[in-house]
Design a protein around this ligand. Sequence first.
Ligand SMILES: [Zn+2]
Ligand SMILES: [Zn+2]
Length: 300
Amino acid sequence: MSVQPAPLRHADICECHACESHELVAATPASELELEQSGRLDPTGTISYQRDLARFLRGRINSLNADLRKRIVEDDVFGLGDSDAEWRGPREAQLMRLDSWFDNAENRLVHDRVDSDEVRSILETAAKSGIIDGHADLREFDIPTDDAADVLEQDAVQEQIDSVHENVRDRVGTAIEDYRSDVRRLVSAGLASNVARRTLAKDITERATVYNSHVTAQASGEVVNQYSTTQLTSYDRVDAEIELETEVEYVDAGDSRVCQRCLELSAQEWTLEKAQAQNPIPVHGYCRCRFRVKDARSLF
Ligand SMILES: [Zn+2]
Ligand SMILES: [Zn+2]
């Protein structure tokens, strides 16, 4: 028997971390939810970067979970089988060993990797594709554009990438903190009831699955945000010599899956200033909205 029921089977009022994050994911309209739905339109053209980042972040959680699973099942660190416990002692002492394992493993397997250029380069690719699409929009109105690579190097754009990278770090940090707190609770309850090793490992893995779906939605949102933020910047940073007047519109994906919130935004009138100030995209995880140039002319 499981120490904890599966997250999906929890009561509506359950307040455990896993269920809270489930609610966050559930807050995304089901119609727009999955990256892998067939025929799903991808107006920002960033789906492969969304997948890359999501896969990378899930890999971090999975490696942490796999390491812990191995400790519990194969090494039997808590002595739930017949073996001598490596993390021996009363329950509080065992939980302290778990904490120090987390302190180390979390940094090594998750945080250090999320800090790295691997994440930044995915965001940079999304930013560059925002610039390329933004420039294509402008050229439709005969506005000459710079090389996308040059715009990408501008301080303002590099700072946007740093800031999205920081958001990714924060989101993963929260997911791992919640996972860790769930694990601690499961281990504590499991030790009290002398649960089977595999059952404990299975319950812990269930938690990892919940946070995986959480970071997948967040990775999607952060990539789309990177694309959108940098695209808006590319609309008014063409060339220092040119002063542009750019009118933008908010475009939803245009299919039957678009949710009410996104429809409301695409019905509004937008200016470039309002778009940059509110920076509304993503409206939710898996949002497919984008801005587009409605009119542009150079002022001399
Ligand atoms: Zn929507
Ligand atoms: Zn949307």
